[in-house]
Design a protein around this ligand. Structure first.
Ligand SMILES: [Zn+2]
Length: 464
């Protein structure tokens, strides 16, 4: 720990909490302690928080009140995680159909923020949150994940942002200050080309970060370039990744080039960080202090360790718009064995989740699917999408929208989608749009929103 680490932790971070009206530091301290608790102690904390969020949802959220009344359930019927099977799974379609009724009636509307997700799931979604729901616990989990990779508050980092808008004006105003205090630098990677890669590598070298943080696809593009050009990788202490599935070939490429086993993190925009790898890299330790995570079959019933199923998340802190048994769209299984690091937080493994290919444009730009800005399409009314690149100069876009949308509405959606894609891919790409009823996941249950059928060394992301 350097003096700057101490300053960041004890002075700067608490000051930021005051400026933002959040509680990141206190939650971080709590997680620092509870990561070493026994399984029973963790379950006790989880059950207490579950009872509170269910009580709140029953009293203040019309959607949940109706569901529980219809089923003859009282909040006291849900006392621990295993009782959640009494409640239905919350799908993205149900969120779309009940958006306003999912918002708590005791949260002032000035505190509600409309956010959106879908960059990597192919299923854009608008949802509501509050600054405290969004930041306090989620950011604290993010800091713990960094801590496990031996990266601490105040350490210099370089990250490649996903292009999500920040939810509040205050947060946008504070951004430059936050980045300076955190010594975090962001490099825009909306498009990576053979021309821009040397500059990106040089920028990393100049900044001398202790950690590099990026999507697996972006990390793999950087590593591949460094390897092929026989350059020395910029020295870093740790590499962190997340946002989409990391494939074994990407992991080994990053490990070979940067000399570190990458720390993969599992999260979603709706509920922030859900789990992270420790230095044993045996799976994602799930944050059961803040979440209930279930792995269930098609009928919503829990599966034993080793069996793959749908990952459902109940966020124990989201008061503005509670997510209870929310279907993440990911597939994974529980690890039966406990981790050799000594933590009892359960391990999730075999994550079959989101993945995106890279689109190559005629001018030679490489655009990671995660950098296209797909989440913006949620606000246009796109429910599901898939972009397929068949040839170098054309992409085919398939869209699912509300079933009763008329031609006029569809035309508005089409124009909006084309405009977003043109901004990312450039004017030299021909974009064809078709409206369809369904987009099926792959046989493995995976949603692949951006698919490239071009062959070649650039297609790092996708395994069919
Ligand atoms: Zn561990």
């Amino acid at each position: 720990m350097t003096a700057y680490n101490s300053l960041a932790r004890h002075i700067l971070a608490p000051t930021l909490d005051v400026l933002r009206g959040t509680h990141v530091v206190s939650h971080f301290r709590e997680l620092e302690a509870s990561q070493w608790w026994s399984k029973e102690e963790l379950q006790e904390l989880q059950s207490t928080r579950l009872r509170e969020i269910v009580q709140h949802s029953y009293e203040h959220v019309p959607y949940y009140r109706q569901i529980m009344d219809t089923r003859g359930l009282k909040p006291s019927d849900v006392r621990r995680a295993t009782d959640l099977t009494n409640l239905p799974v919350l799908t993205k379609d149900l969120v779309r159909a009940n958006l306003r009724r999912l918002v708590a009636d005791n949260v002032p509307s000035r505190k509600l923020l409309l956010s959106r997700t879908g960059g990597s799931t192919g299923s854009p979604l608008a949802f509501y949150t509050t600054a405290d729901d969004w930041f306090s616990h989620g950011r604290a989990r993010g800091l713990i994940a960094m801590d496990w990779a031996d990266i601490h508050m105040g350490d210099r980092t370089v990250s490649f942002p996903a292009g999500f808008g920040l939810p509040t004006r205050k947060e946008r105003a504070l951004r430059p200050l936050i980045q300076r205090l955190r010594r975090s630098r962001e490099i825009d990677v909306k498009s990576i080309s053979d021309d821009s890669l040397p500059d990106i590598i040089e920028a990393i070298r100049r900044i001398r970060p202790r950690a590099l943080i990026a999507y697996p696809t972006v990390l793999a593009l950087l590593a591949q370039y460094i390897k092929e050009t026989d350059k020395a990788a910029p020295p870093v202490h740790a590499v962190l990744t997340g946002g989409e599935q990391m494939f074994p070939h990407q992991r080994s490429l990053v490990r070979d080039v940067f000399g570190h086993e990458p720390f993969s993190r599992y999260g979603s925009h709706e509920n922030y960080l859900l789990g992270t790898e420790c230095d044993q890299h045996q799976g994602f330790h799930m944050f059961v202090q803040d979440l209930v995570v279930e792995v269930v079959d098609d009928s919503g019933m829990p599966l034993p360790s080793g069996q793959e199923g749908h990952v459902l998340v109940t966020n124990l802190h989201a008061r503005g718009m509670p997510f209870i048994r929310y279907d993440t769209g990911d597939i994974a299984s529980w690890v039966a064995e406990s981790c050799s690091c000594g933590r009892s937080m359960p391990l999730l493994n075999n994550l079959v989740g989101r993945s995106c290919d890279v689109i190559i444009t005629p001018s030679g730009k490489r655009v990671a699917g995660t950098a296209i800005g797909l989440s913006r399409m949620a606000l246009l009314g796109v429910w599901r999408l898939q972009i397929v690149q068949e040839t170098l100069d054309s992409v085919h876009v398939r869209l699912v929208v509300r079933s009763d949308a008329d031609d006029h509405e569809k035309e508005k959606v089409r124009a909006g989608v084309v405009s977003i894609l043109e901004r990312s891919l450039g004017a030299d790409m021909s974009i064809e749009v078709a409206f369809v009823d369904h987009i099926e996941p792959t046989p493995a249950g995976k949603h692949v929103p951006v698919v490239s059928r071009l062959s070649g060394r650039l297609q790092q992301g996708h395994i069919a």
